[in-house]
Design a binder for this molecule. Structure first.
Ligand code: 0X9
Ligand code: CA
Ligand code: ZN
Length: 309
């Protein structure tokens, strides 16, 4: 489990219990279901938050996913904080109520349920990034848009950025992608905007990752300008640095490129606290969780707003 000082973090069972508690407290606006199973057979929970949550209403949808990378535990807390803020605030905060009533919000607090469990189960952090399939696949190199195209991932199973044997060879990415595909209704993708949370470096990133070019197949100047404008606005709320994801380094097979490239979802990656550090940058103490998740309230609200634009 999490070591002393970090007990505030949720391990897998605690994360599931937290989601169950949110649903029990707010059954009219919160519902838990499943994306499917991980490689090791764990359920990957999916939370929906919306007015009339049991109905599939014709409202813009927004996706927040966290913890593709095992050791990035602060992101799981981020997704849980979004869930708690939107549900606890519903009764008293008119802005929250408006967001919840006018949107259908999907939250995946932990995509990499096996890897994050492995990272903490011995009581000592393992510095683990990938899933637990054989020697591990980097889930954020396993997505099917130009998978393996551009030298932004590794074909060596031992490598930290191993992309897997083929696109969506990892059950965790396959499950999330199948869910997103399932939100195409009457030919229209219902999910309009998204944040994929990572740590660390305090960045707001937008597609594409596979090329340094702003404008390319699948990205017009106008579309790029919208990403830059919204991303910069988000960064003004949290003090992060806004940039195209490939300005950091080139990746192929990341979730952002697929969400935009296939579905035209206005998808951002937030790299959370801290701004720099070595391996310990992945393990900030539990007492920063509240501050560093609330720091992204404004960015989350902007992405909720943009789904309706
Ligand atoms: O490498 C990643 O998958 C992300 N960074 S992390 O330190 N959390 O592993 C960044 C992905 C964003 N895409 C690109 N930089 N192209
Ligand atoms: Ca609704
Ligand atoms: Zn990451």
């Amino acid at each position: 489990d999490f070591p002393p000082g970090d007990e505030a973090y949720h391990n897998y069972d605690e994360m599931v219990a937290e989601l169950d508690a949110i649903v029990a407290d707010h059954p009219d606006i919160a519902a838990k279901s499943s994306l499917g199973e991980s490689f090791e057979g764990r359920d990957i929970p999916l939370l929906k938050i919306s007015g009339n949550v049991a109905e599939d209403e014709d409202e813009p949808e927004v996706l927040f996913d966290c913890n593709q990378h095992a050791r990035e535990h602060l992101t799981t807390e981020m997704c849980l904080q979004i869930a708690n803020r939107l549900t606890d605030g519903y009764a008293d905060d008119p802005a929250v109520k408006e967001n919840v009533d006018s949107r259908e919000v999907w939250i995946v607090p932990s995509v990499n349920v096996d890897g994050s469990t492995y990272d903490v189960e011995s009581g000592e952090y393992q510095g683990w990034r990938k899933n637990r399939q054989d020697s591990g696949t980097d889930l954020n190199r396993n997505w099917g848009y130009l998978w393996g195209c551009c030298g932004g991932a590794s074909d060596d199973p031992q490598d930290e950025t191993y992309r897997g044997t083929e696109a969506f060879s990892a059950p965790e990415t396959k499950a999330l992608a199948d869910f997103i595909d399932s939100r195409v209704i009457g030919g229209e993708q219902q999910i309009k905007s998204a944040i994929d949370f990572h740590t660390f470096s305090e960045l707001v990133l937008w597609p594409f990752g596979h090329t340094q070019d702003d404008v390319t197949e699948g990205m017009t100047q106008e579309e790029f300008d919208r990403f830059e404008k919204v991303g910069t606005e988000m960064a003004e709320t949290n003090g992060y640095t806004p940039q195209q994801s490939s300005d950091l380094y080139t990746t192929d097979g990341d979730s952002l490129d697929w969400m935009w490239g296939k579905h035209k979802i206005l998808a951002f990656t937030l790299e959370m606290y801290p701004s720099d550090g070595g391996l310990d940058g992945f393990y900030p103490p539990g007492d920063v969780i509240e501050r560093e998740t609330a720091r992204n309230d404004g960015a989350v609200d902007i992405v909720l707003r943009e789904a309706g634009v």
